[in-house]
Design a protein around this ligand. Sequence first.
Ligand code: TK8
Length: 332
Amino acid sequence: MVKSTVPLLALLLGLCLAGCQTRTGPKVLKIANGVSEQHPTCLASKKLEALVEARLPGKYDIQVYANAQLGDDVRATENVRMGTLEMVATSASPLTGLVPELNVFDLPFIVPNEKAADCICDGPVGDRLAAALESKGIKLLAYYENGFRQLTNSVREVRSPDDLRRLKIRTMQNAIHLDAFRAMGANPTPMPFSEVFTALQQKTIDGQENPIPTIWLSKFYEAQKYVTLTNHVYGPHILLINKKLWESFPPGDREIITDAVKESVVYQRTINRKMNKDLVDELRKAGVIVAELTADEIKAFRDAVAPVVDNWEPKIGKTIVDEFKAAAERCE
Ligand code: TK8
């Protein structure tokens, strides 16, 4: 009796293990994107999917979702934090309620150019912000680039804060952005990204502000006659994963995934910068009037937001603001 039971149990156990494995399958990692399929951030998410699935065959099934199908930035990030969603690529600006340090990116005109942006994200400041996110149960995997934000509207060409007067402008859900647009004369209203296109079309808002690739790829230009190249804020798209989930992966897998993420970052920033340059002409060809500002015209916007910057810097914290500026200067 005993003799025949043992091999039988072993056989059953073997069958179960094999069965369990096929039933469990690869670990599904969904990545929520607010932007459209063709946006560099979404393309980079798909690149990451291809790299990880090729290098760790059968272990992970990365699924990329676009257009806020899994929720807008705030909700998707909250779900990543709770562990009901694995990953998100999100703007940092609407997450400042959770991680106030992220506000440093939102100080108008603090990032002078792309090179400085790389130094900020890839240096100690980037690490410090990642640590702040970790304390909230979120692991930052990458700084993709959303980019320099430009103003669009359907009413008139805007070349000065005066031109902006009373225009109803959608901003991200971020207190500094609201303060800054009020200071520049506009009537700002916060709204999740996925509602912007309809709001522009229905004219419940006059304008919005986003980087050129988004203005093009989300077809905002269909409802916006005017673009002003203000470069008022630089924003990253941060790629986040639930921290506990990340730590449950074998260290070898984490290493391979980290390498794949790095490759996807290079790819993402390269195409984003190319689109950022090339799509200005496409906008013009589509009939949009694009205003390039002189240094003096930019200065008028900077002067208008100077009190907002002065007010927010101490709130964000002198240490991080100074580190941020130092990183920018080092690489400018
Ligand atoms: C997409 C957003 C978008 C951002 C915005 O989820 O909300 O205007 O620029 O890229 O993160």
